[in-house]
Every structure is written in structure tokens, then in C-alpha cells.
Ligand binder design. Structure first.
Ligand code: B16
Ligand code: MG
Length: 231
């Protein structure tokens, strides 16, 4: 083979290797907005236990695991593991009651269209949510079939801001982090994606500024634009 042909082939291989093949979405704050239900459920538990808990406090719980959420709600109060598990179970019972309200109309604006457009463009679709209720929420939104792989609160031990969950989902989709774009609304999630070497779209709040691309919501994005900005 001539050396020029070889170099061309290598360059083409690299282009293929780094082109975008998958989109991985966070759930709460990206696909739908369950933050309000998490807030109401934690607030109910907090009130029963005589702990003050505001909407502002709830913002600190975005994207982090149930256990880390409890720690942040407690703001340094000590708790033993048995009580912590009982309290998390109670919060989850309250939260699951709220989930009954979710219908397909609760998908955030533009989400079903964006997922369809991505799939039509040949992009694989994954979910990377810290929630142990993620599958239930997807079913209620009637979006389960839009996803080729679902990573949730049961998939890995180390939750966001560790990169483990997004790497696990990328593995299920058989793509490398460099071939995938993560869509996240939480600081912990953006940190997880960047640590894992993923292209990252930050959604909504001021805490996602480190992402490669910022937007106010999936509805403001175009699949081709995301691919061209990230590849
Ligand atoms: P669960 P995400 C996260 O979902 C929520 O943002 C966070 O507030 C919650 O504590 C976490 O899921 C765990 O949820 O109690 O249902 O297991 O943003 O990663 O989709
Ligand atoms: Mg989120």
C-alpha cells in the first residue's frame, strides 16, 4: 500500500472512531421533571421528623443518589444505617405515590421528537439515571422502547459524580466515551460525564457551565447540530 493511502486510511479510521454513535440521557431534569416529586417526598419525611427542608435545599439533591440525598437533607445530623434505610424506604413510598401522576404528557418539551430524530439518524440511545425508579418512570412516559440501554440506580455501585454509570451504559451500547454525548442537568452528572471522557451537553441551570454545549432544554436542540459540535 502507498504511504499516502495508508495515512488516508488511518485518518478515516480515526474519524470513524471519534464520530458520535450514541446519546446518553439523564432522566430527572432532562427527559422529565421528577425533581418536584422528589422534593415533596423528602419534605414529607423531613416534616414528620421535625427537620426543616426547603425547595432551595432540594436543589442540592439533583442528580445524586438516594443515600447522598438523605445525607444532604440531614445537613450533618448523625444517623445510624438502620434508621437511614428506614427513612429512605419511607421517602421512596411517598415518591412512588407521586409517580402515579406521570403520563406521556410529562416528557419535557421536544423530548419524544428529539429521541425519534436521533434514532432516525442512526444514533444509539441510552439512559444514565441515578434513580432506582427510572424504569418505572420511562414506562409511565411510554418511552421505554426509545432506549437501547437503560442504566439506573441499580447498575453500578459508585453513583454520580463518579463516571461509572455513564461508562456502564456506553459499554451496553458498545461505544467508547468519545463516541457518546451525555445530556445532563446536574453538576454531579456533568462532572461524571466529563470525568469519563464523554462529550457533554449541560441543560438548564448555572451548575452545568463546564459542559461542552449549554442549552435550556432538549427542545432547543437539533440532532445534527449536536453531532457536528461534538465530533
Ligand atoms: P431514587 P437522575 C436522580 O435522578 C434525581 O435527580 C435525584 O434527585 C435522586 O435522588 C436520584 O435520582 C435517586 O432517585 O430515589 O428514585 O432512586 O437525575 O439521575 O435521573
Ligand atoms: Mg438529573
Amino acid at each position: 500500500m502507498c504511504s499516502f493511502c495508508y495515512i488516508t486510511e488511518v485518518l478515516e479510521d480515526q474519524r470513524v472512531a471519534t464520530s458520535i454513535k450514541a446519546f446518553i440521557f439523564d432522566l430527572d431534569g432532562v427527559i422529565t421533571d421528577t425533581a418536584e416529586f422528589h422534593y415533596l417526598a423528602w419534605k414529607q419525611l423531613a416534616e414528620e421528623e421535625g427537620i426543616s427542608f426547603t425547595r432551595e435545599d432540594n436543589e442540592q439533591l439533583r442528580g445524586v443518589s438516594r443515600r447522598e440525598s438523605l445525607n444532604r437533607m440531614l445537613k450533618g445530623r448523625p444517623i445510624d444505617d438502620v434508621t437511614a434505610n428506614l427513612w429512605m424506604e419511607r421517602k421512596n413510598v411517598y415518591y412512588k405515590e407521586f409517580l402515579h401522576q406521570i403520563t406521556p404528557d410529562h416528557a419535557l418539551p421536544g423530548v419524544p421528537h428529539f429521541l425519534t430524530a436521533a434514532r432516525n439518524a442512526g444514533i444509539l440511545i441510552g439512559l444514565g439515571s441515578a434513580s432506582k425508579n427510572a424504569r418505572d418512570v420511562l414506562e409511565r412516559l411510554e418511552l421505554r422502547n426509545a432506549f437501547d440501554a437503560v442504566g439506573d440506580g441499580y447498575s453500578v455501585v459508585n453513583s454520580k459524580p463518579a463516571a461509572d454509570l455513564f461508562i456502564w451504559v456506553a459499554g451496553r451500547l458498545n461505544v467508547t466515551p468519545q463516541q457518546a454525548v451525555v445530556f445532563e442537568d446536574a453538576e454531579a452528572g456533568v462532572e461524571a460525564a466529563l470525568t469519563g471522557g464523554f462529550w457533554t451537553v449541560g441543560i438548564g441551570s448555572a451548575n452545568v457551565q463546564k459542559a461542552h454545549l449549554l442549552t435550556d432544554g432538549i427542545g432547543s436542540l437539533n440532532v445534527e447540530t449536536v453531532i457536528s459540535r461534538m465530533g
